[in-house]
Write a protein that binds this ligand. Structure first.
Ligand SMILES: [Fe+2]
Length: 199
């Protein structure tokens, strides 16, 4: 079997998050409506939404956690095709480690190839102010589709989307690893760096 192009499951040595606590905390924030999508952005290094296992694990690679994000995708909803941009540089092929929970099935992350030149796409901002490049459905050919049911290292620098066809809200916490004193990790480098934990 050939390796996937855009993601790798990770075999992490310990629990990095407490899904129940996060769900309870953020579903009780002001303005949360379970029928509507919502995002949160947590600035600052090493936020305590992750437990110490996460920081210990990353330290061996001389890495830490930068900004992190939470995406709540409502039942029968989704996140449109986009490319994440770092806000500091033009498009880069950087990675996130995503933790997803909520529905057991009928939810997907998909990746695809843009059928028109990337430079021609519009840059927008999501509801927490992170820049991204957006695509219409007809501008992307789907290449991969995945149910994220374990921690997953994945690319956000090429077009991707989320579909939640289930009747439960889908929670996704994004850990954005970065080098200590440096920047975000690029896809090829991160595969090599985390190779002992890649499934
Ligand atoms: Fe994204």
């Amino acid at each position: 079997m050939t390796n996937p192009i855009n993601y790798r499951y990770l075999n992490l040595p310990a629990e990095f998050i407490n899904q129940k606590e996060i769900t309870e905390k953020y579903s009780n924030t002001e303005g949360f409506d379970p029928t509507k999508n919502k995002q949160w952005r947590i600035d600052g290094g090493n936020p305590d939404i992750f437990n110490a296992n996460a920081y210990d694990w990353l330290k061996q690679f001389n890495c830490e956690i930068g900004v992190c994000e939470i995406f709540y995708t409502a039942p029968k909803s989704g996140i449109r095709w986009h490319i994440d941009m770092s806000g500091f540089t033009p498009i880069t092929d950087y990675v996130k480690i995503n933790f997803v929970w909520g529905p057991e099935s009928d939810h997907y992350m998909q990746w695809g190839e843009s059928i028109i030149p990337i430079e021609e796409h519009e840059v927008g901002y999501n509801m927490v102010g992170s820049p991204h490049m957006i695509f219409k459905n007809e501008e992307v050919n789907i290449t991969e589709s995945l149910i994220i049911d374990k921690p997953t290292l994945l690319r956000v620098g090429i077009p991707h989307k989320v579909i939640n066809d289930s009747d439960k809200g889908r929670w996704c916490l994004c850990l954005i690893p970065k080098s200590i004193g440096g920047g975000r990790l690029l896809w090829p480098k991160s595969i090599d760096l985390f190779k002992d934990y890649v499934l």
